[in-house]
Design a protein around this ligand. Structure first.
Ligand code: HPA
Length: 280
């Protein structure tokens, strides 16, 4: 057994000693959805620092927690406060909460984030269904001895964002009258926003939106066989598209402005995904 798996098991056992809740869907909250959990029926919460073995060397333990509860009757575990590579965590630490949620029994991983729009057709405030990703600019969370208990050494990545889940989210957005763009998400390490040259490069590579999270989480989740879907909130146009400098305040402002719609889209998508899983 690898030491990574041992750590994961230690964390898992620690969670299970405190909470016996079996989620169907794991939801990661990005900017703008931070207070999503306020609108759901909460059963329990667990701060990361309460989990034995959880790497909480710096600030992680204070900002992150799992929320267990029901979204319109669907059992979910919500990750409030994700950890980013730019904060100094290893990629293995970054994806640990994702792996834990998979171990708790979540079959589906629903990823959300804030991003900069690269595609010329995008506007600040748009939602983008993530249909694919470019993770090659950040280290893989799978580097190191393979955790055989989770997945294979060389996992297939041909359909990270499941087509069936994409269809459900598309249909849901249409039904709600919410405009949903779609495209490829590219992850860079951050924390600096990109230069105009980097955005030109990303566009040439086929990316539609850029951010500092998500793709690594999707790689780890796909490795362990979770079904993944994701929606990105395009909070700003990426660097170089306008001549405005980028600020975190702008990102936050847009995310907060469209949060009510984002929440609605996520909630209704979760309900439809759960129904489909029950059928399938
Ligand atoms: N770049 C990287 N990450 C982001 C951006 C961006 O423009 N907007 C929100 N997160």
């Amino acid at each position: 057994m690898s030491s990574s798996y041992e750590l994961l098991q230690r964390c898992y056992n620690s969670v299970r000693e405190k909470i016996d809740f079996k989620p169907q869907i794991a939801l990661v909250l990005g900017s703008g959805l931070g207070d999503y959990a306020e609108g759901i029926q909460i059963q329990a919460t667990l701060d990361y620092h309460e989990i034995e073995g959880f790497p909480v060397s710096t600030v992680m333990g204070h900002k992150g927690r799992f929320i267990f509860g029901y979204v319109k009757g669907v059992p979910v575990v919500i990750m409030q406060g994700r950890v980013h590579y730019y904060e100094g965590y290893s990629m293995e630490q970054v994806v640990l909460p994702i792996r834990l949620m998979g171990q708790m029994g979540a079959k589906v991983l629903f990823l959300t984030n804030a991003s900069g729009g690269i595609n010329w057709d995008f506007q600040a405030g748009d939602f983008m269904l993530i249909t694919g990703q470019i993770a090659s600019f950040v280290p893989s969370p799978l580097i190191g001895p393979n955790i055989e208990e989770l997945g294979v050494r060389f996992p297939d990545m041909s359909e990270i964002y499941r087509k069936d889940l994409q269809n459900i989210i598309r249909d849901t957005a249409k039904r709600l009258g919410i405009l949903l763009k779609e495209g490829t998400y590219i992850q860079f390490t951050g924390p600096a926003y990109e230069s105009p040259e980097e955005i030109r490069m990303a566009r040439a590579l086929g990316a539609d939106a850029v951010g500092m999270s998500t793709a690594c989480e999707a790689v780890a989740a796909n490795h362990m066989g979770m079904k993944i879907c994701g929606i990105s909130c395009v909070t700003n146009l990426a660097c170089g598209i306008t001549d405005q400098p980028l600020t975190h305040a702008e990102v936050k402002e847009t995310a907060d402005r469209v949060a009510p719609l984002f929440k609605q889209l996520v909630t209704e998508s979760i309900v439809m995904i759960d129904q489909e899983m029950k059928r399938g």
